[in-house]
Design a protein around this ligand. Structure first.
Ligand code: ADP
Length: 507
């Protein structure tokens, strides 16, 4: 008994010594063969689809090719197949008389008695452990099977651990390869001091700390003096923020807090996009500027020709058409210029804006246009005294004007437009509600896109550049506000601009 315990302990030690699967199993076979005074032993392993994935033999004088052949046959007709199918171990006392033992041509060694048992974990057979004696029948006894089962039990646990370890190692290596080959900067920090847990090579490059020994577990502010990067680790998580680097690059940065890990900081180089955007802006500005002068000349000449009066009524009509087209082109150019300017605007004049004045002024301005189209334009007189926001009065008025102009354009005669100004705890809301043609659900998310425009079916061509709502959105964005739309076809639309209240209270 003492001896058996010793063997089990020895095997257990061997199993825990090394996570190299082959070496570990080889040692198990050696010790088992030695203890049972057998002449040979083997372990066969299965993959998760029960196919033989490995065959380890104690004796090394069998080629891989031969081993493959043996495995195929013993699994289909031989003793290993029997053990696998019956899910338990057994003894072959004499191979001469037991039909489960398969002898085949060119068998490289002789066998008389065999002991085999499955390596099982949670009802799953991971492999089969076999030992044999080449000359003696009855070499193995019943109690030997119990001991082999105990050895197999230990080996199965170790085998599963080694396989799990290998799998985890593989996952870790894959993840690490992905992180290390990423051109995006990845920084992971942890604890109150924002110590560095991980920098990928792109991050090491950015922070000029090429060796892990220089950054591992160091507080971030000790390895970089860049306040914007330190801030990313220290302040509340952000989705998208631009970080301008001293080397001229612009990075789009975002942060997330990963539970039980720390703060993940991701930065993506958007310098090329920025440069392209700048080029686009410059192109539009130059292009629109250069187009404005010839268009003005065409307009002037049309007027002169019409004043001249020597034209036939048909020619007058044609000139009118040309004048309207030129007018449309001028408006498009004006809008494009305005939008480009707005998008590149960094800083602009701001003051307290009394929104009551803004909505009243817009309502008055557009009253004649609405009346001319037999549309009833009203401003709901609610208690909107002193609703103020910090902003540029001209830009905010331009945004509200655009909404009312659209409401008139897309509402048929006899329709109604209602403007309102309300507030809640944080924001002021300016709404423009019409009983017009409405917008389909499919088009709703696209109405704020540049150049998106739809002409209502059945209506005459409504002039427009498709930039009006983009301008509204650009203005509202620059005021940290938002613009939303709710609409139903043939019922009407409501556009609402929400702007932060001045200090969150009445001014
Ligand atoms: P434009 O009016 O010059 O076409 P906008 O950017 O102002 O460009 O509007 C984009 C599109 O959104 C319009 O073509 C129209 O289809 C739709 N739209 C805007 N306002 C309204 C409205 N009040 N009612 C119905 N459709 C609207």
């Amino acid at each position: 008994m003492q001896e058996l315990l010793q063997l089990l302990n020895q095997i257990s030690d061997e199993l825990n010594k090394d996570l190299d699967l082959d070496k570990m199993l080889q040692r198990v076979i050696d010790l088992t063969v030695e203890h049972f005074k057998a002449t040979n032993g083997s372990i066969m392993l299965f993959d998760d689809r029960n196919r033989v994935s490995k065959y380890i033999l104690q004796r090394k004088d069998i080629s891989q090719n031969q081993a493959h052949k043996i495995v195929g046959q013993v699994m289909s007709k031989g003793f290993a197949g029997w053990v696998f199918n019956h899910r338990r171990g057994d003894i072959i006392t004499d191979t001469m008389t037991d039909a489960r033992w398969l002898t085949y041509p060119d068998q490289p060694y002789t066998v008389r008695s065999v002991l085999a048992t499955p390596l099982m974990r949670r009802d799953h057979i991971l492999g089969i452990l076999t030992i044999n004696h080449n000359t003696q029948p009855n070499h193995f006894k019943r109690q030997d099977l119990s001991l082999l089962n105990a050895i197999a039990g230990q080996a199965a646990i170790a085998l599963e651990n080694a396989q799990l370890f290998k799998q985890k190692e593989k996952e870790r290596a894959t993840l690490s390869a992905i992180i290390n080959s990423s051109k995006d900067v990845i920084i992971v920090t942890y604890d109150q001091e924002n110590k560095v847990l991980l920098l990928n090579p792109a991050a090491e490059n950015l922070l000029h700390t090429p060796a892990a020994s220089q950054w591992q577990d160091q507080p971030l502010d000790r390895i970089t003096s860049r306040p914007d990067i330190i801030d990313l680790a220290a302040s509340a998580p952000v989705t998208n923020t631009n970080v301008e680097l001293s080397d001229g690059r612009t990075m789009l940065a975002g942060t997330v807090d990963v539970p039980e890990v720390g703060r993940l900081i991701l930065m993506h180089d958007i310098s090329a996009l920025k440069a392209l955007d700048k080029m686009k802006g410059e192109f539009i500005t130059t292009f629109t500027h250069d187009l404005a002068a010839p268009l003005a000349a065409i307009k002037g000449h049309i007027q002169l020709m019409q004043i001249d009066g020597t034209l036939t009524p048909r020619q007058m009509e044609d000139l009118d058409c040309i004048r309207m087209s030129v007018e449309q082109m001028s408006n498009l150019i004006k809008d494009l210029l305005e939008l480009t300017k707005l998008e590149s605007l960094k800083d602009f004049f701001k003051c307290d804006v009394q929104l009551k004045d803004t909505v009243k002024k817009t309502c008055q301005t557009f009253q004649p246009v609405a009346t001319a189209k037999s549309i009833d334009l009203t401003l709901l007189e609610t208690d909107f005294e002193q609703i103020t926001t910090q902003g540029n009065p001209t830009l905010i008025a331009r945004a509200v004007d655009n909404l009312v102009e659209n409401a008139i354009k897309y509402t048929r005669p006899q329709g109604k437009i209602t403007m309102s100004l309300t507030r809640d705890n944080k924001e002021a809301h300016i709404s423009v509600k019409d009983t017009g043609v409405g917008i389909t659900q499919a088009n709703l998310p696209r109405v704020f896109n540049k150049f998106f425009r739809v002409n209502p079916p059945g209506d005459n061509e409504i002039p427009g550049s498709g930039l009006g709502l983009s301008i509204v959105k650009a203005i509202v964005d620059r005021h940290s506000g938002r613009v939303e739309v709710d609409s139903e076809v043939n019922v009407g639309s409501t556009f609402t601009i929400s702007l932060p209240l001045n200090n969150g209270k009445h001014a």
